[in-house]
Design a protein around this ligand. Sequence first.
Ligand SMILES: [Zn+2]
Length: 360
Amino acid sequence: MSTSRSLISTSLVFLAFGSTSASTVRAQYTPIPYSWDAAFTNDEVAIIRAAMDKVHSLFRDPRVARITRGRYKYASVSNGNWRASGLKYQRGMAVGDYLFHQLAALRSVRFPHVRIKAYHSTGNDWGRANTDRVQLRFSRGRATVSGGFEIELNRYWLGSRGQGSDTNQWAGVIAHEMLHNLGHLHPVRGKVDDEIYRQHQINVFDAAVSANGGGIDGTACHVCGSAEGIDSGSSPAPGLRVAQEFQPVRVFANRNHGHTLRLPAGTYEVLPSGTWSYSRNTRWVGADGDPYKSNTGGTSYPSARFGELLLISDGVWSKYERGRTLYVRRSLTLLMNDRPREYGDNVGYLDVVLRRLERR
Ligand SMILES: [Zn+2]
């Protein structure tokens, strides 16, 4: 069984760029055991099988777990599942970290059986599932699993024209329902095009699976529109190519001076992932900061959001903007935006990958 994962290696100073094709780095996993109801037709089963082929790898691909960790705005889990996991009581652990650790554990334990049941409804729902059917428990650095997945797919949509016949969409739906089994929640009345619904962790994961991992196959992720942090097959801004990619830098939220790097002069792309919090008792956010907390001044960078990633390049301050490049002459400081005296109670960190770009 090949488990080579060159992309998550942290022992390299930088990753060479070149002709590595995306498919050669896809990790292999033992197939997820699953079964389906006799009620499904052969055509429907064909879609389920094709979707499960994607779920096999994407559900356990560390890169999908990583983008999901860095991209959501809200995370919600059933309290019972979260409590029983034991992680709730571990220091520095937040609800938003739960999925990441569950997915990591599911790469190592015997994967529970997935039972796929049929139902029929003319509503907008493509699938449904109960929460808390699968429980992971973490103790002394080891994970164990109990229970089994049981999800339901709506035959009204399965195989229908357009998206209903798109196996990528169904892979996302199956992954979404499996996350419900693992205790993950979203607003009940949410619609797919509702911003808050979409930015819940469970739906970010769903969308990342639907998008084939968002970038793993060279396609842009339809969650964030970028292929960042996933693989070397993604392409930077038009006319530029990646000359050098640096090992991720861990930027801790509680450092009021941030993290300073000396870099070769050049144009850089900044690719943050992960979540952090600008106070012990507030929500976890990504590099974009907290859109729901107004900043009335007094932070290190007044016009940036609380929790936003700041970039100080040779003394010039700016805030992180997805997809924007930045010129660095000699040094770059990465720092969370918070009030200067209030860094002490911050928790979490971002892992930031820097890519030096060159003209083609
Ligand atoms: Zn749902």
